[in-house]
Design a protein around this ligand. Structure first.
Ligand SMILES: NC(=O)c1ccc[n+]([C@@H]2O[C@H](COP(=O)([O-])OP(=O)(O)OC[C@H]3O[C@@H](n4cnc5c(N)ncnc54)[C@H](OP(=O)(O)O)[C@@H]3O)[C@@H](O)[C@H]2O)c1
Length: 258
């Protein structure tokens, strides 16, 4: 899949005008999930915008209680009805827990892919072992893997798996879930670059080859600040000292443990 470097995370967004504004500003990848209970709002925002559906990547996720074969098929059609769409570009297994059964769940995802209901099969919050198991079952390639990825928590092995298998790693909570300003190394680099800690956190995330991010933002100011961070990321990518400082942060603050 070819995803833009910056997409829109929507957990907590309850106002369709935020989606409409984001699309007007240039966002083209919108990420939601059944468990966010806002698919209807996302669909309204897409419908209100002038951006054609064909220009968008819309992703949603099947929650852990609906991963049995029939439940995947049924709940995906319910998602489509709420979104007001006839297909989604990317459908994720949100977490491989509870009703997740690798053979059964992934067979249902493949069936949806075959029927043209979804363009790509996504996985989220998978361990390396779970990824390899899924790959051995799936007849289609992994479309994307969405994981927690920010200076306080990231996994080099998952990044290497994504690169080796040529699918994008989609970074969630790339602004460190609102904690970027508390991290000393981020503050130091932010001062050097005359940037906000949030933009440095996000720029550091997408400075990794093969990684794209889905920061959540509500205000036009935040939406624009995040969308335009590519230049800072390019500068950071070649700034070995700044990268090393941020890479050296302890990676222990998982915001969304299982
Ligand atoms: N797959 C999964 O299991 C999973 C788990 C968690 C999250 N996600 C996805 O990832 C998305 C993002 O993660 P997240 O919401 O946890 O955290 P995040 O994107 O790291 O941070 C969002 C917070 O940062 C604020 N913010 C946004 N832009 C800013 C800026 N430029 N300067 C200062 N503050 C800014 C937002 O405030 P405002 O809203 O007020 O702008 C919000 O409070 C979610 O919305 C969801 O789509 C997926």
């Amino acid at each position: 899949m070819d995803l833009p470097r910056i997409g829109l995370g929507t957990m907590g967004i309850e106002d369709a005008s935020v989606i409409e504004t984001a699309l007007e500003l240039g966002y083209r990848h919108v990420d939601t999930a059944q468990i966010y209970a806002n698919e209807r709002v996302i669909g309204e925002g897409i419908a209100q915008s002038d951006v054609p559906r064909s220009a968008l990547t819309v992703a949603t996720k099947v929650w852990a209680d609906a991963l049995a074969y029939d439940a995947v098929i049924e709940s995906t059609h319910e998602s489509l009805e709420r979104l007001g769409l006839d297909r989604v570009d990317l459908l994720y297994v949100h977490r491989p827990i509870e009703t997740y059964d690798p053979e059964e769940t992934l067979a249902a995802f493949e069936e949806l892919h075959q029927r043209g209901v979804i363009d790509h099969v996504g996985l989220s919050n998978f361990s390396l072992e779970e990824l390899e198991q899924a790959q051995s079952i799936l007849d289609v390639p992994i479309g994307a893997h969405q994981v927690e990825f920010h200076p306080l928590f990231w996994d080099q092995q998952l990044l290497e798996h994504a690169r080796a298998n040529s699918y994008p790693l989609v970074a969630y909570s790339p602004l460190s879930g609102g904690r970027a300003g508390e991290i000393e190394a981020i503050q130091t680099v932010a001062e050097q670059y005359d940037e906000t800690p949030e933009r440095i956190s996000l720029a550091w995330v997408i400075a990794h080859e093969g990684v794209c991010a889905i920061p959540k933002a509500s205000s036009p100011e935040h939406l624009e600040a995040n969308r335009t961070v590519g230049d800072v990321a390019d500068e950071l990518a070649t700034d070995h000292d700044a990268r090393a400082l941020i890479d050296g942060i302890d990676r222990v603050e998982e915001l969304y443990p299982e």
